[in-house]
Write a protein that binds this ligand. Structure first.
Ligand SMILES: [Zn+2]
Length: 385
């Protein structure tokens, strides 16, 4: 294999786009007559066809180097593993979608990719999307594209089996971070960066936490806390009794908590956002066994308009409009005959809050990333608009 040409191409890629240099040099080269052009595995081995090196000019080879390292930087194999199982099975389709995600940025960056490359516009798709969006949108195809398990996640026949990983997951993460920081420094020095890479670097450096996870965690924890208000009872003998030779021990009963959801229906809130947050909350509650008459939903703006018990989000009609005061809704929830242990408030945050912690757990799902924060004792999950 013409190693000199291949290394000259990597050198050119690293010189032209210095923020990729560290990641490019972390790749170890494995010559292979089986790999169609170039490909990567998840251990940062880069498989290279000697015939492809011979046939491709250095400038194009440099662009392919960046293409290959992009699969690894963008964690394509990790993300492919989170696709629905039916999508994962069609590895060529996944690979084409991933190439579309990478190549629109490389082309915007005027990198001379070889002919025959994939890009969104070939399939009538808009550039700038993530491959997860392209996978279901791709029309049927007969391309046989294989950039290796570092892309679609499934080992290709030409990959080295076993052996110690060249780059492990921890080092890979630090290479991603290093590259993202180098991209940020490049931009501060007024360098240009394609939109997809800019978003990628931002996400690596300041990951947006998934609000569903935060909300789910807070609700689960609060429900466990409320259920832990333990009640010793002698009604049922403990299973440990037998071993204790006739000593009757109290058994532990965990009462299911009551939950109130206070929904901000003032004019500033969008129905879609509220519906999504409400569906998420009721879904989490159902999972932990809190449903039916243990959940009360109150629609509230400056005044409580309706108190309704629901079992699913679509049973709630959003009413109201006008000023907002969630304190009214919280007070109404706590004043009812079945006092809740947990109150969850769905709001855009433009509301006064109770002056001090209530006797129940209070969780706020704040709609909109710019929503003003509630007092620190309110557990908070931010829901992007
Ligand atoms: Zn590829």
């Amino acid at each position: 294999m013409d190693r000199v040409k291949l290394l000259a191409a990597r050198y050119r890629a690293a010189t032209d786009r210095p923020y990729f240099a560290t990641a490019l040099y972390a790749l170890s080269i494995v010559p292979s007559a089986q790999v169609p052009t170039m490909g990567v595995d998840r251990h940062w081995r880069c498989y290279v066809s000697p015939a492809f090196v011979d046939a491709t000019p250095v400038g194009e080879l440099a662009a392919v180097w960046i293409h290959e390292v992009a699969h690894l930087l963008r964690d394509h194999h990790g993300r492919a593993g989170r696709l629905p199982p039916a999508d994962q099975r069609d590895r060529a389709r996944v690979n084409i979608a991933q190439d579309c995600e990478i190549n629109d940025d490389l082309l915007a960056d005027r990198l001379p990719l070889p002919a025959g490359r994939m890009e969104p516009r070939l399939f009538g798709l808009e550039p700038g999307r993530l491959f997860e969006e392209y996978v279901p949108a791709l029309p049927p195809h007969d391309h046989l594209l294989d950039c290796g398990s570092g892309a679609h996640g499934r080992p290709s026949p030409w990959e080295v089996a076993g052996g110690a990983p060249v780059v492990g997951p921890v080092e890979a993460e630090s290479l991603r971070r290093h590259t993202a920081e180098a991209m940020r420094a490049h931009r501060r020095g007024r360098g240009t960066l394609p939109e997809g890479w800019r978003r990628w670097a931002e996400q690596v450096l300041e990951p947006v936490v998934d609000w569903r996870q935060v909300l789910t965690g807070a609700v689960r924890e609060a429900v466990a806390w409320a259920g832990g208000a333990v009640d010793y009872t002698y009604r049922r003998p403990s299973r440990r009794s037998a071993a204790m030779r006739g000593v009757v021990l109290p058994s532990l009963r965990r009462p299911l908590p009551r939950v109130a959801i206070v929904v901000d229906t003032s004019g500033s809130m969008g129905d879609d956002e509220l519906a999504a947050a409400l569906a998420e909350v009721t879904g989490v509650l159902r999972e932990v066994g809190v449903h039916g008459n243990r959940v009360t939903v109150l629609a509230c703006d400056a005044d409580v308009h309706a108190v309704s018990r629901v079992t699913s989000a679509d049973q709630v009609t959003l009413a109201g409009g006008g000023g907002t005061d969630m304190r009214v809704g919280i007070a109404a929830a706590l004043a009812g005959p079945d006092r809740p242990n947990v109150v969850i408030v769905l709001t855009d945050g433009h509301t006064p809050w109770p002056a001090e912690p209530e006797s129940c757990r209070l969780i706020a799902a704040l709609i909109g990333l710019d929503a003003p924060p509630p007092p620190v004792w309110v557990e908070t999950a931010r829901v992007p608009r």
